[in-house]
Write a protein that binds this ligand. Structure first.
Ligand SMILES: *[C@@H]1O[C@H](CO)[C@@H](O)[C@H](O)[C@H]1NC(C)=O
Ligand SMILES: *[C@@H]1O[C@H](CO)[C@@H](O)[C@H](O)[C@H]1NC(C)=O
Ligand SMILES: *[C@@H]1O[C@H](CO)[C@@H](O)[C@H](O)[C@H]1NC(C)=O
Ligand SMILES: *[C@@H]1O[C@H](CO)[C@@H](O)[C@H](O)[C@H]1NC(C)=O
Length: 297
């Protein structure tokens, strides 16, 4: 992949030098390229044409560095469309993927998700007792790869995949910025947080669609709906905005005493934000891995 990229740069430079050496540089880069494209500036230099074609081909390929349709990378355990136990196969594929998710898969630009890093996430809740706009940043999540796939229902005709999973424990740290009203009291706070959630059951509905790029079929996630349940949660915040962390202390007490209610209140905002993040995550990965690589006819 990177070798291909180097070849691209090499040919582009060579092609530019070639065109510029023959035609006045004063035309500017854009005009030179356009005239080459139009054809009448390379009357008797076929080499230039060939290089330009190679250059275009290169750009197309390096910008679309997906896996080959015939490859079976080690992290993929392919399933067959005709498998009567297809759901079970998908479940096993997720189990098979775990060590690779822990290490990261550079080939498809997938970073390790142990810990999982989320640079930014915003949650808005405009009604109820907790009306806040919360921005979280530098979120680090530990324990996500300890998932157990509980159930899978996949339809490979419609690319609708429902799955539920259990995670025994998740610990997360990051920075937050909260602005709004909690029980009619104005709250404005910014600082660091730590949170722990135990016995989490999550479910996701992937609404996929087949897309074709350069003649190759990929699954694109158009919508991802997520939901979760958890039995216990613990929070700790350290406020940086108000002096001596006074708000922080009060908020810690409030958060921990009302954890379940707050989570219920914030759930629609949280699931929307999580769904949005993982939709992008899925597309980042699946738009690199053609359908025939993971789903055989
Ligand atoms: C982001 O979080 C990591 C892990 O908790 C921490 O080491 C790092 O200092 C944080 N970075 C910023 C800019 O807050
Ligand atoms: C995930 O599981 C491993 C192995 O059982 C354990 O060592 C680790 O503490 C777990 N991570 C979290 C965050 O619970
Ligand atoms: C997949 O969805 C299609 C269209 O809704 C339906 O006809 C088909 O029976 C479904 N297949 C499975 C395995 O559920
Ligand atoms: C975990 O959650 C499930 C379903 O939400 C519940 O049935 C189970 O009792 C919980 N286990 C623990 C140890 O809290």
């Amino acid at each position: 992949m990177s070798r291909l990229f180097l070849l691209c740069i090499f040919t582009s430079i060579f092609c530019l030098l070639e065109t510029q050496s023959q035609y006045s540089v004063g035309d500017g880069l854009l005009t030179t390229r356009t005239t080459v494209l139009l054809g009448h500036s390379c009357p008797d230099n076929m080499k230039c044409f060939l290089l330009f074609g190679l250059w275009l081909g290169c750009l197309a390929t390096s910008g679309w560095a997906a896996l080959s349709v015939n490859s079976t990378p080690p992290y993929i355990k392919p399933c067959r469309k005709s498998d009567p136990e297809l759901n079970n196969c998908i479940k096993e594929s997720f189990d098979h993927l775990r060590p690779y998710l822990i290490k990261g898969i550079p080939e498809i630009k997938l970073q390790s998700i142990e810990p999982l890093k989320i640079p930014k996430m915003a949650m808005d809740n405009g009604h109820g007792a907790v009306r806040v706009r919360a921005q979280f940043s530098n979120i680090t999540v530990y324990g996500a790869t300890n998932y157990t796939i509980l159930d899978v229902k996949g339809n490979v005709t419609t690319y609708k995949i429902e799955l539920s999973l259990g995670i025994p424990r998740i610990e997360t740290t990051g920075s937050y910025d909260v602005n709004g009203n909690v029980l009619l009291f104005p709250v404005r706070s910014r600082g660091d947080f730590w949170a722990m959630f135990t016995n989490i059951t999550g479910s996701g509905k992937i609404y996929g669609k087949e897309v074709i790029k350069n003649g190759v079929r990929f699954m694109k996630t158009e919508k991802l709906l997520v939901d979760f349940k958890l039995t216990k949660s613990k929070f700790k915040v350290r406020d940086h905005l108000n002096g001596h962390n006074v708000i922080g202390e009060a908020m810690n007490q409030f958060l921990n005493q009302n954890a379940n209610e707050i989570i219920e209140e914030m759930k629609p905002a949280a699931t929307a934000a999580i769904g949005k993040h993982f939709k992008n995550f899925l597309n980042g990965a699946f738009l690199q891995v053609p359908i025939p690589v993971w789903l055989k006819d």
